[in-house]
Design a protein around this ligand. Structure first.
Ligand code: ZN
Length: 459
């Protein structure tokens, strides 16, 4: 089989950003060497010059909605948008699809829906819901990467929240499975209390929505989860942290060696409550986007390692569910779709704060790959890893337009924004899957089951 070499003056490796040749054999990286060590005529060479080569990104928090709600999004459109955004592995959340992925049969239905549709690789999280404790270990054995649950009503049919009691019934199974439990950490108590004071409020104002989901809801949920983590010894992951007020307790728990990890999302790191115009429900998500000081404290959490990584929480819906004409933050669907622009959004903001491309690779490739159990194959440019590569021009700017979004309904709070950094090409296991707005070849993405059968215990 022919060798291919991808050359750049800025290859982002775990050891730093340096000039290198990434030598690819078939679907894997054979070695990463200094360009001058590349023997003449040994390989087909692509020289990307000053454009950076990043590892294919891993997004461990995506709502693909397929099967059942492919009219919201689906494997075909979500994986296309991912390829355009430099993401080569998506891990799908167990809700919004029908059936929800809370049984082995539902996981099989998902596999069927994904067949032949995917332009990047994928994996599934299983659901922990009110009454599926008996499905948890079978889901792990069937290849779910881990589990997701909600401590507050997710607001969608087919997926129930768990009370503390129901969660306690599930946790021994989660701990035995040895896989992480991802939790939407908001408790209903503080949210209900806030809502009681907002009955006559103006719901076209973002401020009203923000007041309806106070930081205390996140802080209280995280406090409860840390208690349970100590008691049941499971691997805990907090999804989409928005409330920086929770950071000190998370930092303390980590320093005591609790197996807890944390993610946040590009929208909490770029957008702030003050920027959101009246009625602009495209910005609605849960937990909410908060104030500018909160945003900077989240950046500080990334800097000091309390927040491990960044995921999109790509959560699309048909545009009419955003109720744009009405502009009502109470009734609009909450969720921000961002697969194709997450990398430029993060790069634009990270660069302003002095971070490097290697930080982005750690937050958007290596960290999520580890959570999903794929860290031996995905998320790094290194020998033996899948040849998932992103050619990224960090110096060019562009304005976000609908034709660059590529997911099913091209709506976004980022439309019209100027961002720095352009994805020029994406390679999935050595194969070109995106270049200059085009998606060459047949869909070649597949399920990336790094953990098979019962996984080794992590805790
Ligand atoms: Zn989500």
């Amino acid at each position: 089989m022919t060798l291919h070499a991808f050359l750049s003056r800025r290859v982002v490796t775990p050891e730093g950003v340096r000039p290198a040749a990434v030598v690819v054999h078939g679907e894997q990286i054979r070695e990463v060497i200094a360009p001058e060590r590349m023997p003449a005529g040994a390989a087909e060479i692509e020289d990307f010059g000053d454009a950076a080569i990043l590892p294919g990104l891993v997004d461990s928090h995506v709502h693909i909605n397929d099967p059942g709600r492919a009219d919201w999004e689906g494997f075909e459109t979500a994986t296309r948008a991912a390829a355009a955004g430099g993401i080569t592995l998506l891990v799908d959340m167990p809700l919004n699809c029908l059936p929800a992925t809370s049984t082995v049969a539902a996981l099989e239905a998902k596999r069927e829906a994904a067949q032949g549709q995917c332009r990047v690789d994928w994996l599934a999280w299983g659901g922990v819901v009110a009454d599926n404790q008996r499905e948890i270990e079978p889901l792990a054995e069937a290849g779910a990467a881990g589990f997701k649950c909600f401590l507050v009503d997710p607001g969608i049919d087919g997926f129930t929240m768990v009370t503390e009691q129901q969660l306690r019934a599930a946790l021994p199974h989660v701990a035995r499975a040895g896989l992480p439990l991802l939790v939407h950490a908001e408790l209903p108590g503080p949210i209900d209390a806030a809502a009681a004071n907002l009955t006559d409020a103006d719901w076209s104002l973002y401020e009203t929505y923000l007041r309806s989901r106070p930081e205390e809801a996140e802080v209280a949920a995280i406090r409860l989860l840390l208690v349970l983590c100590r008691e049941y010894k499971f691997r805990l992951h907090i999804v989409h942290l928005s409330a920086s007020k929770a950071l000190p307790e998370l930092r303390a728990a980590r320093s005591q060696g609790l197996p807890v990890s944390v993610e946040t999302c590009p929208h909490y790191l770029r957008l702030t409550a003050e920027m959101i115009p009246k009625g602009a429900t495209l910005f609605k998500c849960a937990p909410p986007i908060r104030g500018p000081e909160n945003c900077e404290r989240l950046w500080q959490g990334l800097r000091d390692g309390t927040i491990d990584f960044v995921t999109t929480d790509h959560s699309p819906c048909p545009p009419e569910m955003k109720r744009l004409a009405e502009g009502n933050f109470r009734s609009a669907w909450g969720g921000i779709a961002s697969l194709s622009v997450a990398l430029p959004v993060m790069h634009t903001e990270a660069r302003k704060r002095g971070f490097a491309l290697s930080d982005i690779a750690r937050w958007m490739a290596e960290g999520p790959a580890k959570l999903a159990g794929c860290e031996m194959r995905k998320g790094r440019i290194a020998e033996g890893y899948d040849a998932d590569l992103v050619v990224f021009d960090p110096d060019s700017e562009f304005v976000v337009s609908a034709d660059r979004l590529h997911y099913h309904h091209p709506v976004s709070p980022y439309l019209g924004e100027k961002l720095r950094g352009v994805v020029k090409a994406t390679y999935l296991r050595g194969r070109l899957v995106f270049q200059g707005g085009e998606f060459p070849g047949e869909p070649a993405g597949r399920e990336c089951r790094a953990r098979t059968g019962r996984a080794p215990r992590l805790v």
